[in-house]
Each structure stands twice: as C-alpha cells, then as structure tokens.
Design a binder for this molecule. Structure first.
Ligand SMILES: Cc1ncc(COP(=O)(O)O)c(C=O)c1O
Length: 412
C-alpha cells in the first residue's frame, strides 16, 4: 500500500483549493484586474461581470436570489455582520440600555458566533445559551421552550464543525417565521455538502465560507433575505457603500471568482461525493469499532455530516495519541490555550468527560481522500491505541474489572 505522508484528514478545518478553482481565479490577478467599482471603463466592467457570475453561482447553491448574496472575508465576518447587524437593527431599546432584546443561541456554536453574542450580552441584550443533550442536537422544541415575547434573534449553526451533527434548521426557521423572529444559521460546514434552499428551509441569514468547500481562504458570503420578510442589518464595516451598503470595501474579485467556481463544482459533484465520503467514514468507523474496545463516536449517530467523525478512545492519553499519529493531520479534542490544553468545549457540552475529550480525534475526509488513505489511518490509530494501552496501568485495572472512576487517588 503506498500513501504519501503527511496525510491530510482535517477537511473540516480547511480544504485545499480545487485546481479548477485556481485556474478560474488566475486571470483576475493579472489580466482582468479592474475594480468592479470602476463604472467608467472596460476593466471595471469586466471585473463587475466576473463578480456577477460568482454571485449567481453562490446564490444558486443555496436557492437564493443573487441580490441576496453579500460577499465578505469569510464566515467569521458573515456571522459578525448577521448577528451584530440584526441585533442592533431590531433592538428594542437604544445602545447603552439593558433589556435591548432577547437572543437565543447554543453553547457549542463556533467561536465566531459565541463571541459576537457574548459582546451583545455585555451591551445589554439578554441571551439564552441552550445546552444540547448527549447527541449534540439543537431541536425546534428547545427553541420553542426558550422563545420569549422580546426574542429578536435566533442563531443556530446548521452542522457542527467538531462533531458534524445536523440541527433541525428548517423546523427552527419555520418556528421563527411563525413568531416573527430573525433566524440566522452558520452554515459554514453544511453548504456545498448538503442540499440547501434558503426559501423552503426558512432561513433569513446564512453564513458560508470559501475555504471549507475547496475555494480560497479569506472569502465568504452572507445571505440576507430580501422578501417575506425583508431583513435589515446595520453594517459593521462602513466606507464606500459596496455590497448595497452592508459591507464596504473594494471587492476581493479573485477570491469571489474562486468562491463562485467552488460553489459551481460542489453543486455538480455534491451527491456522488457525499455518497463516496459516507462509505469511507463507515469503513473507518467500522474498523475502529471492531478492532478496539472502549471507543465512542461522539454526537448523534445518524444526523451527521458524511465526511466527518469524532471518536473518543478510552484509556489513552490524548497528547501521546496525537504524537503517535503525527504524520496524519487530524484535529484533537483539546484546544491549545496560552497556558494549557483545554478539553474541547463542544465535547464538554455533550457531557463527554475531560479525559475522554482529550483523547478524541476529529477525522474529516475530503474530495481526494482514498480508501488506501483511510485504511492507513485506521491501521495507525488502532496500532497507536493498542500500544498506548499496553503501557497504561489504568487499562490493566480496567481489564481487572476495577472501576477507576471510584478510585480515590492520594497525593504524596
Ligand atoms: C462552523 C464554522 N463557523 C465559522 C467558521 C469560521 O470561518 P472562516 O474561517 O471563514 O472565518 C468556521 C471555520 O472554522 C466554522 O467551522
């Protein structure tokens, strides 16, 4: 079996740019380099035409009207614009007051949602932070229980970036529309992989990003509904009034062309790609679960993205596992903070204990991942876990039937 190392199995973090995307972008660096805002010459018109084409390509994979697509620098900016922009526009009281309105979100959203919402909380908005169950899902019923008279915004991600779980987005959107509440979804991990129709899925604001779908980094989009209801936002980046005043700044034409092309390719290849990735993930999970004891796949078993799995391995030390598999690029269940390794807040939200969270791997496959690569990764991971357990006194105790959670450890 021949595979090239290091091997990349971290497509939920970022994807390589598809060579067809790069090819589409190249002329816009050197030949068609005009500013789409230059309305009085052919360089400007050519750039504007390219942006229009990309806007249609992006709109098309989410079922939107091209006029509803605002280009941004990525999903972080899209989330900030959607959340702060909607909260400030629909606030019940002016800035500086408390009781400005109620916002609903969940504790295991991406930081690019959590941090803007935390800021709004400091600025006088009330926030309900929903907690998922062990399956990681946020459901319509949870939102229904949390809605209040003064709720102005619900923001719930479509698919979770660490565990791949898929929330009840069309159902939550329907509820928000019944109650006249603005509904935003961070669809960064969803769009391009699963069919999306902002109209029938009842979405008002949707964030997406180029680099998760084989497009370039530093470009993304925000869908802003124009009809039934027309969503208004206060801008956070002000200046030349580009993107209908929602987002000023000279457009990143090359990036936008790349995002458009990436969307077009996803639309063409999505169904067969998802089927192939699901088969690969099932193969990987089956091997790991058949060949190892005390492993746990985190999050809902079925309502999950096809290309991603998050697995905890009992009785191994997380850092040693990462070291033993370091030629395979994967994410661990620990996040580096300046001073220490913190267990993933997403896994903690599901009730996964600190030890298991630390010894978790997020493995995410992509457009060019092969069965040989998956088998190589499975061999490496299984081999590493078996070896680490051989060295572990806790594993011996577990095998002797001792419940180590009941042991009282003594410090000397
Ligand atoms: C769910 C989710 N939201 C937002 C982001 C941020 O996206 P970007 O890198 O485009 O700012 C990411 C990427 O890590 C993500 O996975």
């Amino acid at each position: 079996m021949s595979v090239t190392l290091p091997m990349y199995l971290d497509h939920a973090a970022t994807t390589p740019c598809d060579p067809r995307v790069v090819e589409a972008m190249l002329p816009y660096f050197t030949e068609t380099f005009g500013n789409p805002g230059s309305r009085n010459h052919s360089y400007g018109w050519a750039a504007e035409k390219a942006v229009d084409t990309a806007r249609k390509q992006v709109a098309s994979i989410i079922g939107a009207d091209p006029k509803e697509v605002i280009f941004t620098s990525g999903a972080t900016e899209s989330n900030n614009l959607a959340i702060k922009g909607a909260a400030n526009m629909y606030a019940k009281k002016p800035a500086g007051n408390t009781g400005r309105g109620h916002i609903i979100t969940a504790i295991h959203e991406h930081k690019a949602v959590l941090d803007p919402v935390k800021r709004l909380e400091k600025e006088g908005f009330d926030v309900t932070w929903l907690e998922p169950g062990a399956d990681g899902l946020i459901t319509r019923a949870m939102i229904e229980n949390a809605i209040r008279e003064d709720t102005i915004l619900v923001t719930i991600m479509w698919a979770n970036n660490e565990i791949g779980t898929i929330n009840e987005i069309p159902e939550i959107g329907e509820l928000c529309h019944e109650k006249n509440i603005v509904f935003h979804t961070d669809a960064t991990q969803w769009v391009g992989k699963m069919p999306t129709d902002v109209k029938t899925d009842n979405i008002d604001l949707l964030s997406m990003s180029g680099h998760k779908i084989y497009g370039p980094k530093g470009v993304g989009a925000l869908y802003v509904r124009r009809r039934r209801p027309r969503i208004r936002l206060s801008a956070i980046i002000e200046g030349g009034g580009q993107e209908r005043g929602f987002r000023s700044g000279t457009l990143n034409v090359t990036g936008i062309v790349g995002l458009g092309k990436a969307c077009e390719l996803c639309a063409e290849e999505r169904d067969s790609e998802q089927e192939r990735l699901l088969a690969l993930r099932q193969h990987l999970e089956t091997r790991i679960e058949n060949e190892l004891e005390v492993v746990q796949v985190n999050g809902h078993r079925d309502r999950r993205l096809a290309h991603l799995t998050n697995i905890s391995f009992g009785f191994v030390e997380g850092e040693s596992l990462m070291m033993a598999t370091k030629e395979i690029a994967m994410s661990s269940g620990s996040a580096c903070t300046s001073a220490s390794l913190e267990p993933s807040y997403v896994l903690k939200a599901l009730g996964v204990g600190d030890d298991l969270a630390h010894s978790s791997l997020r493995i995410s496959m992509g457009r060019w991942t092969t069965k040989e690569q998956v088998d190589y990764a499975a061999d490496k991971i299984i081999g590493a876990v078996l070896k680490l357990r051989e060295l572990s006194p806790l594993w011996d105790m577990h095998n002797e039937g001792i419940d180590i959670t009941k042991i009282e450890w003594q410090a000397h």
